[in-house]
Design a protein around this ligand. Sequence first.
Ligand code: FMN
Length: 340
Amino acid sequence: MGRDGKVVTMSQESQLTTALAEAAATAGHAPSLHNTQPWRWRVLPDALELRTVADRQLTATDPEGRLLAISCGAALHHARLALAAEGWRAVVERMPDPADRELLARLTTLTRVTADPDAMRMVQCMQIRHTDRRPVSDEPVPTAAIGEITRAVTTEGGRLQILDGDQVLELAAAAGHADTVEAEDPQLRAELAYWTSRAGTGTGLPPEVLPEQPPQTTVPARDFGHPGGLPIGPGHDRAAVYAMLYGDEDEPDSWLRAGEALSAAWLTATRLGVSLVPLSSVVEVEGTRQSLRHLLAGLGFPYLVLRLGIADPTHAGPPHTPRLTTEQVIDTTAVRGERG
Ligand SMILES: Cc1cc2nc3c(=O)[nH]c(=O)nc-3n(C[C@H](O)[C@H](O)[C@H](O)COP(=O)(O)O)c2cc1C
């Protein structure tokens, strides 16, 4: 018997738990701060739970867990799309238990619907989406693409402000200052060093995805503290568009939704051939996050800065960043023996 009293046959139950486990596995493609993948999924007979993993929070860089919740929100959006692509509609309960803050979301009341072709396309985009930290080419980002990416954000309840020339200069100053503050803080340096020396663990950033030398751009990209192995080529950020993802509240459930909006924006950008790179040092440092608030003229709270651009089409980009195995992120003990 299902929770709502409807009789559910054994094979339907196993179909559902298989779909839930596969959605959780697909969500493993989601982006996360320093590739921490700070989530764990629990497959239940009639629901899927998303929990944070406190061990993978960057306690110095992200003490409030803002970027952790954004990362988990991206994974949640990936799982929602994976279910829709397989013909399942789910009710999403965000932060369902005030007494259990690690339980971020529960996907529940699953019903069979027609598989959604848009969601299928987005699932394909998940397999190819990646962070390309090279400077962008001089090809402008089409205005229509900016419009679609902005709509993807608003559909998920977020907001995106495209920065004008003066605001980009303010952002550049803030990003430079944030890098200096972070480089001078031994705890932040140690955290960055830890997450950039995790070869073979399925987490963190391998050298191949980090630039060989700092790109000479107007808005400085994050300084990873040491050179990587990614050739950066001749690009700049003259044709890049900088945008701020923001919202009305500065609370964990709004950060989770911001992550869902980030995922929607990034997958849409991937579909349109637009490279998206989040820049988060400016929101990690309290002073520069306040500068960004000022830049928003009190319209809301900044969550993340995004660089949009067209990647160099003539040179290969970075490889995919490794991930944890499904066994490490998905707990299926509650449905053992039930999965088909
Ligand atoms: C909340 C958040 C903040 C991020 N901040 C940065 C950043 O400041 N600089 C950067 O180069 N990448 C940033 N990233 C990208 C991650 O490093 C990247 O998603 C992760 O390493 C996984 O790699 P992939 O996106 O290629 O799959 C961020 C991602 C998220 C979700």
